[in-house]
Design a protein around this ligand. Structure first.
Ligand SMILES: Nc1ncnc2c1ncn2[C@@H]1O[C@H](COP(=O)(O)OP(=O)(O)OP(=O)(O)O)[C@@H](O)[C@H]1O
Ligand SMILES: [Mg+2]
Length: 237
């Protein structure tokens, strides 16, 4: 799904240059769940932005694709990156990022606008996506009329209604209590399995990180793999 080679990202802050990514080499397989942990300010969100084509690296390659049709998100024209993002990449965030003046249903529908889906189809798909996250009866509610856990469910429906291949999640349970956190992670795990998503999940929570097949640790703008359960431990003869 992804192959990153020598990815760096520098931010200019006044006269100061911050090296947020300092040479990331990383391969992510189709359908994999990779968790990313690491101390604050060490480049986790910056890495997700590169994976999502929300920003470009200062140097390096971000190859994305399936079936040998890889493209380099670092080099692609902006319109093409936007199209890939609209069709194939779903995002969820710690703060949900719903539009406060739109209902749950309308928030989910916005994800289908760039795809020029017929309005009737758009409504039906958004309603189904809300039902899939257990919120069929909340479609007309505004975000302010929903609990944190429900708002995150709406955000998950919005991310998945376009049927993406990749889901990028940046501390999706950071603002939730423990019980709600477990519900949301349970839902994400089910959707990951059912939809064969490639899931990259940034979290400070070790209990959640451990559910993934691999855990990467971001430190000083570099990633190292700390756990890989895809390789079954050798069984003694
Ligand atoms: N738009 C920006 N302009 C300037 N500096 C930035 C920008 N975005 C991030 N940085 C800097 O890049 C570094 C990495 O930031 P990043 O947000 O990726 O960290 P993080 O690992 O996600 O941290 P946290 O766990 O707190 O979310 C930090 O030093 C941050 O200050
Ligand atoms: Mg972050």
């Amino acid at each position: 799904m992804y192959k990153l080679t020598g990815v760096t990202k520098e931010y200019q802050k006044g006269r100061q240059v911050v090296g947020a990514l300092q040479g990331v080499d990383l391969t992510i397989a189709d359908g994999e769940w990779l968790s990313i942990q690491g101390p604050t300010g060490h480049g986790k969100t910056t890495l997700l932005q590169m994976l999502g084509g929300l920003d470009r690296p200062t140097s390096g390659k971000v190859e994305f694709g399936a079936n040998g049709s890889d493209v380099d998100l670092a080099q692609l024209r902006e319109a093409q990156v936007t199209k890939i993002r609209a069709d194939q990449i779903g995002f969820i965030f710690q703060t949900f990022n719903l539009v406060p003046t739109l209902s749950a249903q309308e928030n989910v529908e916005t994800a289908l606008v760039p795809q020029h889906v017929h309005p009737a189809t758009r409504r039906a798909r958004a309603a189904q996506a809300l039902a899939d996250v257990g919120l069929a009866d909340r479609a007309r509610h505004l975000p302010s009329e929903l609990s944190g856990g429900q708002q995150q469910r709406v955000a998950i429906a919005r991310a998945l209604v376009k049927q993406p291949t990749v889901l990028l999640a940046d501390e999706p349970t950071g603002n939730l209590d423990e019980g709600t956190r477990d519900e949301i992670i349970g839902l994400l795990q089910k959707l990951w399995e059912d939809l064969h998503l490639t899931l990259v999940l940034v979290t400070h929570d070790s209990q959640i990180a451990r559910r993934a097949q691999r855990i990467g640790l971001m430190k000083n703008g570099k990633i190292s793999i700390r756990q890989d359960t895809r390789k079954a431990p050798a069984t003694p003869a």
